[in-house]
Design a binder for this molecule. Structure first.
Ligand code: 13P
Ligand code: SF4
Length: 396
């Protein structure tokens, strides 16, 4: 059964569109001027092994589930964004944390680790197009609109982990918290204990899915704030009536999954279970059988009975590994075409070898260093999330 997995074929168009919204003011660096080894060098695996062994316990490599196989092979731990944030904080012995993930994850790791530890992102251009959809100046403007409507003091900001450190700091300053896809329900419930409304940044889909499906709010309780329109495109009355103010942001990767994809796979694979990430649109999640963070998706499929069939709506690297790890199940991809996260995929073996060999030579490259004031307030927002009851990490 396991060999039925048919990886979708990449199209140049899909790769061009993903990661398109980068600019110098975004959450990520846009250039990575490293002196990289050639991607064709046949000794790359051996070079990475030798450099990592030479560094020993001085280095700890974190690998997000969306990373390439060639990178995951060198991860000391793999996980979703929540687990990796916890793991970064749990390894004070490591002088260097190499974060095989994207920029906002490395920033969070820097905020959660000791000042003596250095966090490294192997390719500075590995950002997140969703995080780029909320700039700090835009968020300040939004807050001013809430103040003008007289609702700022009863609104609690919650930001998804997929946001800049500056926005996490904004959230901390205004009494709010961070959430990830594995604890959004708990985080949102907490926010509604602190205030009457929530400003949810920057993923409208995670915010809507959690508010409506988990907390029982109505779709009409939610409004979408569009940062590209005056006053977010909302009247003061709409801001006053809403309980959830959703930032108009989304993930370009998960945006490829549509309700039609679900209908189509159910016809193609009778009895299939559909499981999707909560960054998918509400209409997609409503049609699915299960929803969860990357860690939850992996645990659910691994625990499923042999012979069952699963259509998975999240990034392709993860799905391909799940198919290999579960040869007794039929694993299919929810979209017919490719759905890699182009920025996650920027981290490859040449970048990993470059950062590890540089460390062996005594040079720290691509350090992610959040300024102390931003780090202080972002840490407050992150700690509020980590302190929520019932928010626990899952394990490999
Ligand atoms: P997880 O929190 O499930 O790891 O998701 C992070 C992410 O960027 C998904 O697109
Ligand atoms: Fe960002 Fe989407 Fe990539 Fe996750 S999958 S890092 S949300 S662009």
């Amino acid at each position: 059964m396991g060999n039925t997995f048919d990886a979708p074929q990449p199209t140049p168009l899909a790769l061009l569109l993903l990661g398109h919204q980068s600019d110098a003011g975004s959450e990520k660096g846009v250039d990575c001027p490293g002196d990289l080894p050639a991607a064709s060098d046949p000794s790359l695996v051996q070079r990475a092994r030798v450099a990592k062994a030479a560094l020993g316990d001085r280095v700890f490599v974190l690998g997000h589930h969306y990373q390439r196989d060639e990178v995951i092979a060198f991860a000391d731990v793999t996980g979703d964004s929540f687990k990796l944030a916890q793991q970064a904080a749990a390894h004070p012995e490591a002088e260097f944390i190499v974060f095989a993930g994207v920029h906002f994850m490395a920033e969070s790791a820097d905020i959660l680790t000791a000042a003596s530890q250095q966090v490294i992102l192997p390719d500075l251009a590995a950002g997140c197009s969703m995080a780029d959809m909320a700039g700090i100046a835009q968020v300040e403007d939004c807050w001013a609109a809430l103040e003008a409507a007289g609702v700022a003091d009863i609104t609690v900001p919650i930001t998804y982990m997929n946001s800049t450190a500056a926005i996490k700091a904004f959230t901390g300053r205004h009494g709010g918290a961070v959430c990830t896809s594995s604890n959004a329900e708990r985080s949102l419930a907490w926010a509604f204990e602190q205030g009457e409304k929530v400003l949810f940044l920057p993923d409208q889909h995670l915010g809507r899915n959690t508010a409506v499906r988990d907390l029982g709010l109505a779709l009409d309780d939610c409004v979408v704030y569009n940062p590209n329109r005056p006053n977010g495109g909302l009247t003061p009355q709409q801001l006053q009536d809403a309980r959830m103010i959703l930032w108009k942001g989304h993930c370009s990767v998960h945006g490829r999954f549509t309700p039609d994809c679900v209908d189509e796979v159910r016809e193609r694979v009778p009895g299939v279970n559909v499981i999707v990430h909560p960054e998918c649109a509400y209409e997609v999640v409503e049609k699915a059988d299960a929803v969860g963070s990357t860690e939850r998706i992996i645990a659910t499929v691994n625990a499923a009975a042999p012979g069952t069939a699963w259509a998975i709506g999240t990034e392709l690297n993860l799905v391909k590994r799940l198919a290999i790890a579960n040869p007794d199940k039929e694993i299919v991809y929810l979209d017919r075409t490719v759905c890699y996260c182009s920025t996650m995929n920027r981290i490859d073996l040449p970048h990993l070898v470059w950062v590890l060999e540089s460390l062996v030579a005594g040079t720290v490259v691509n350090r992610i260093d959040v300024d102390p004031d931003t780090a202080h307030w972002a840490r407050i927002a992150l700690d509020r999330m980590l302190a929520l009851p019932g928010v626990v990490a899952t394990t490999d």
